[in-house]
Design a protein around this ligand. Structure first.
Ligand SMILES: [Zn+2]
Length: 460
C-alpha cells in the first residue's frame, strides 16, 4: 500500500508530465471511484487546466483552473499511468482516463478498486469531513504541536494504533510505523498512556527521519509512477519491517512478528521492551524436565499459574481453528481423544512442514491470550514449552529453563506413561539463553532441591 513517501514520489513524477495540460474528456469505467456527485464531476472537470499538484498525508490534490480541486487517494493499489497517446491506453484495471488537449492521457489503474476521487472547490475543501479528519503530517511536526499531540497520543491503546491513526498523525502507515518504533526502542503494544513526553518526542523525530529518508530515496528510484508499495532503494534501507526471523542489527536477537488489529507488526523483543508486559515469570525446558512440578510449586506460593498446553487445548477446540488444522493433518480430530492427539503429535514430528503450519496457526492466538492474561493480572507464572521458539521472551521478567540429563528425563517420561522414543524427538530452541533474565536450572536431583534453587533466584 502506498504510504506518504510513495505518494510524494507520485506527485513529483506527475508534476512535469501533467502541469498546464487541459482535460478535454473523461472516461469513468468504475463509477464508485468518484465520491462526489458523478454527474457534476463529468461536467465540471471538462476544460479544466491542471495548475499544480500538492500532497497532504496520503492525499494527492490537483489544483485546477476556476478554483476547482481534484482530491485523489490511491488506497491499496491505485496507480496513475501517463501515456503519450490516447489510443490503446485502457487495461483491465483502468477505472478512469483523463484525455488532454495535446493528445496525451492520464489513466487511473486500480486492481482492488479502493481508490477514490472527489471534485470540489477551494472554498469548500476545508468543510469536507474527510479533510477535517486529517491530523498533522508526521514529518512536519513543530514544537508548538507537541502539547496537543501528547494529549491525543496518551490514550489507553497500543502506540502503534495511535501513530497510524490518520486523524492524529497523517502519513504513517504500517511500514513506517514499525520502522519508527524500532528506532525509538518502543514496543508496538505499549499503551500510549504509559509513555512519557520524551518517548513521544523520540517517536516524532524518528518518524521524520524515516519519512524524509524514504521520500529522498523513493524520489530517486521510481521511474514509472506506479508507486506500488515501497520502491527499490528504501526497501533496501528497511531495518525492521518485514524482517521477521532475521537478526536485529543492533543486538542480534531475532525479529518477532505479531498481529495488531489484523496487521503484521514486526519488532525486536530485546530492543523494544514493553515494561508493563514484562512482569510475568516463564517456565520452559525439555519434555519431562519437571516444568509442571515447578508450576505447581508456584501455585503453592499463591501465583496465578497458567499452562500454555491447557490454553493450546482450548484453542484447538475453536471450530475455525479445528477446521484449519484438520485440513493440514488430513483428518477430522477430536482433541479430547488421546488417540487423536497422539496422531497429530506424530504427524508433527515426522513432517516439519506440518509442524510449522500448525504452529503458525496456534502461536499467534496463544500469544494474544497470554498478553491479555499478563496485562489483566499480577504475579503470573506461565509454563510454555515453546517459549523461545515462539519468541515470547518479551513477556517475562524472569525465565526458568529446566535442564535434565537424559536418563533422568526418560525416568520422568516413563513415570507419566509417555512414549519415550516419540517424546525425545521433540526439540526445543534455546537460542535466547544468553538473555540476562534467563536462568538455566539442572533438575537432576529432588523436587526440594529444584524449589530451593528457584526460590533463591526469586528472592534475589
Ligand atoms: Zn534488537
Amino acid at each position: 500500500m502506498p504510504e506518504l513517501p510513495e505518494v510524494e514520489t507520485v506527485k513529483n513524477t506527475l508534476i512535469p508530465l501533467v502541469t498546464n495540460k487541459t482535460i478535454t474528456k473523461v472516461d469513468i469505467f468504475y463509477d464508485r471511484l468518484i465520491q462526489s456527485n458523478i454527474d457534476d464531476f463529468r461536467k465540471n472537470i471538462i476544460n479544466k487546466k491542471i495548475l499544480g499538484l500538492q500532497r497532504y498525508g496520503k492525499y494527492l490534490f490537483f489544483d485546477l483552473s476556476d478554483n476547482y480541486i481534484l482530491i485523489t487517494h490511491l488506497r491499496m493499489e491505485g496507480k496513475f499511468a501517463y501515456h503519450e497517446t490516447n489510443i490503446n491506453i485502457r487495461i483491465s484495471s483502468t477505472t478512469l482516463a483523463f484525455y488532454f488537449s495535446d493528445g496525451t492521457t492520464l489513466c487511473f489503474n486500480d486492481t482492488r478498486k479502493f481508490g477514490l476521487m472527489f471534485l470540489t472547490t477551494k472554498s469548500e475543501i476545508h468543510s469536507l469531513a474527510m479533510m477535517q479528519k486529517l491530523g498533522i503530517e508526521a514529518n512536519k511536526i513543530k514544537e508548538s504541536d507537541y502539547e496537543m499531540l501528547f494529549k491525543k497520543l496518551s490514550k489507553n491503546k497500543p502506540i502503534k494504533n495511535l501513530i497510524t491513526d490518520q486523524s492524529i498523525l497523517c502519513g504513517i502507515g504500517n511500514i513506517y510505523a514499525d520502522e519508527t518504533l524500532y528506532l525509538s526502542k518502543i514496543h508496538p503494544l505499549t499503551k500510549g498512556k504509559d509513555l512519557k513526553e520524551e518517548d513521544f518526542i523520540k517517536i516524532f523525530k524518528n518518524a521524520k527521519k524515516v519519512l524524509d529518508k524514504a521520500i529522498t530515496l523513493g524520489g530517486s528510484s521510481v521511474h514509472s509512477f506506479s508507486a506500488n508499495g515501497i520502491d527499490g532503494k528504501f526497501q533496501e534501507e528497511l531495518l525492521c519491517y518485514g524482517k521477521e526471523g532475521k537478526p536485529c542489527p543492533n543486538c542480534n536477537t531475532k525479529f518477532h512478528k505479531i498481529f495488531l488489529n489484523g496487521r503484521g507488526t514486526t519488532f525486536c523483543p530485546n530492543c523494544q521492551i514493553y515494561k508493563p508486559l514484562e512482569k510475568a515469570i516463564g517456565i520452559t525446558g525439555k519434555i519431562g524436565s519437571g516444568k509442571s512440578t515447578l508450576l505447581n510449586h508456584f501455585k503453592d506460593l499463591n501465583y496465578l499459574t497458567i499452562s500454555s498446553d491447557v490454553l493450546i487445548k482450548e484453542i484447538y477446540h475453536d471450530p475455525v481453528i479445528n477446521k484449519k488444522i484438520s485440513k493440514i493433518v488430513g483428518f477430522i480430530f477430536d482433541i479430547d481423544k488421546k488417540e487423536d492427539r497422539n496422531k497429530i503429535k506424530l504427524k508433527m514430528i515426522n513432517d516439519p512442514k506440518i509442524k510449522e503450519k500448525i504452529e503458525d496457526i496456534l502461536y499467534p492466538v496463544l500469544e494474544q491470550r497470554l498478553i491479555k492474561i499478563i496485562e489483566d493480572n499480577e504475579n503470573v507464572v506461565i509454563e510454555v514449552p515453546l517459549l523461545f521458539k515462539a519468541h515470547y521472551e518479551y513477556m517475562f521478567k524472569k525465565i526458568f529453563v529446566l535442564d535434565i540429563d537424559e536418563s533422568k528425563q526418560i525416568e520422568h517420561l516413563k513415570l507419566r506413561g509417555d512414549n519415550v522414543t516419540t517424546s525425545l524427538k521433540i526439540n526445543n530452541d534455546y537460542s535466547a539463553l544468553s538473555l540476562d533474565k534467563v536462568y538455566v536450572i539442572k533438575n537432576n536431583s529432588s523436587k526440594e532441591e529444584l524449589f530451593k534453587k528457584v526460590d533463591e533466584i526469586l528472592n534475589k
